[in-house]
Design a protein around this ligand. Structure first.
Ligand code: UD1
Length: 424
């Protein structure tokens, strides 16, 4: 398995281009199943998760072609579609469950493997299945698969669905399913993430009738069919936030091309409180540390527009060298502090009690061999290594390839001393 070697020390200066959002693209791709006509996505990120979704859609009978080195993806789902999403692919990535709603809406039935365990928590699918049941679907769990069948006439029907929690994936699944349902569906307590708005924009371009996306109540008027469209994937706010932290860790000034504050307001407020300046430029956002050492801040993760859980690991790594003590509360996933023991190996002072981590800043972290435990943990260790003394080797970097395209060249482009060590 490959690893990443970083040598800490230098300030970072220059520009980093931000890719299209992984999490948006993973929801947009299954939307191809809702139409017989081609769907083209531009600004797609080049990531292994996108290749996994490609494989899954191909296994269902969709045609998927990547062009311009993967930045443009054209999909077509005409003709016969296989309705079984196999465990072998689904287990690789939880977002595979996003084919359930579209398959059910299109074919009236679907068999989708449950994704299984995930390092950051249990992540069940009850909110997805309860919502689809309200739309008339019968859903059974057998042999690890969800067997779903739409009601009378093989068509889902509109319903008022009140989510117990604003689940991102459940909002996306129900949103897609409802576009072809009979009648009107209302999702209350819907997720408000920019990726939901991006999906709704794409579905509207395909002829869907959707209102209220970006608020906690979304109304979808079902239509008979959807048509083809071309859609540009929204900027990846998590990649953006991650690289905004690079100069906060290392000093210097970095411009994030394509960056937008409205995607990350709660995060930007915390950066400001920590002593990091963010300003808008013609091409995106510019970030620099105000003084020598950043200040401690308390952070609680929440659904959008709150502080994103997907930036918690990176923020914790940064706060390891802040002046004072920070308290981080993880409210979305029950087991998302696995990066803490790795940061402790680098000299951090972190006390984890359940969903709360107390981080007492030290002057400097020290390089060490560490292990990536999940996608966001892996990049947090790389950033910590860039600000630490000596060398840090991050192993198990396949996690990184799931969510950060060209990470070595992007960080090298701003002067980081980083290389990928191939195991071959
Ligand atoms: C998406 C993102 C992920 C991000 C998360 C929260 C994608 C591909 N992934 O994941 O990067 O960290 O949003 O912002 O977009 N839950 C249930 N029952 C359900 C569904 C969810 O209990 O049926 C719980 C989960 O266990 C978790 C919480 O709700 O604790 C959040 O999950 P959800 O918002 O659904 O996240 P994902 O869509 O899986």
């Amino acid at each position: 398995m490959d690893s990443i070697l970083v040598r800490g020390g230098g300030a970072l200066n220059g520009q980093i281009p931000i890719a299209g959002a992984k999490n948006a693209c993973l929801a947009l791709m299954p939307a191809t199943l809702l139409s017989e006509e081609p769907l083209t996505l531009t600004n797609a990120p080049r990531l292994s998760d996108i290749r996994t979704m490609t494989q899954l859609l191909q296994s269902l009978g969709a045609e998927v072609a990547a062009m311009q080195d993967g930045k443009v993806i054209t999909m077509a789902s005409h003709g016969e579609i296989n309705t079984r999403a196999e465990y072998d692919i689904v287990r690789k990535m939880r977002a595979s469950n996003l084919v359930l709603g579209p398959l059910l809406a299109r074919e009236g039935h679907a068999e989708v493997s449950l994704p299984g365990g995930c390092a950051i928590g249990a992540r069940p699918m009850d909110i997805h299945t309860d919502g689809l049941a309200k739309m008339g679907a019968e859903i059974d769990l057998r042999d690890g698969y969800l067997y779903a069948k739409a009601g009378a006439g093989g068509k889902l029907k509109g319903a008022v669905i009140d989510f117990p929690f604003a689940s991102v994936g459940a909002t996306e699944n129900i949103l897609m399913a409802a576009t072809l349902a009979k009648g009107t569906t209302v999702i209350n307590n819907a997720a408000r993430e920019p990726e939901i708005v991006d999906l709704a924009d794409c579905l509207r371009a395909m002829g869907a009738q959707i209102e209220g996306d970006g608020t906690s109540s979304i109304t979808i008027q079902g239509v008979d069919s959807l048509h083809g469209a071309t859609h540009k994937v929204v900027t990846d706010r998590i990649e953006l936030g991650t690289y905004m932290l690079a100069p906060a860790f290392c000093g210097g000034e970095v411009e994030l091309l394509g960056g937008r504050i409205d995607l990350l307001e709660a995060f930007c407020e915390k950066l400001d409180a920590a002593g990091i300046d963010v300003s808008e430029t013609d091409a995106g956002l510019k970030v620099a540390r105000r003084n020598g050492r950043i200040s401690a801040v308390d952070v609680t993760t929440e659904p959008f527009p709150g502080f994103p859980t997907d930036l918690q690991a990176q923020m914790m790594a940064l706060l390891c060298t802040a002046e004072g003590t920070s308290v981080l509360e993880e409210k979305i996933f029950e087991n998302r502090f696995m990066h803490a023991p790795e940061l402790i190996r680098m000299g951090a002072r972190i006390d984890v009690q359940g969903g709360t981590a107390k981080v007492t800043g030290v002057e400097k972290l020290k390089g060490a061999p560490v292990m990536a435990t999940d996608l966001r943990a892996s990049i947090s260790l790389i950033l910590a290594g860039l600000a630490a003394t000596g060398e840090t080797t991050v192993s198990r970097v396949y996690h990184l390839d799931r969510g950060y395209e060209h990470v070595v060249s992007k960080l090298r482009g701003v002067g980081a001393d980083i290389e990928r060590i191939s195991d071959k």
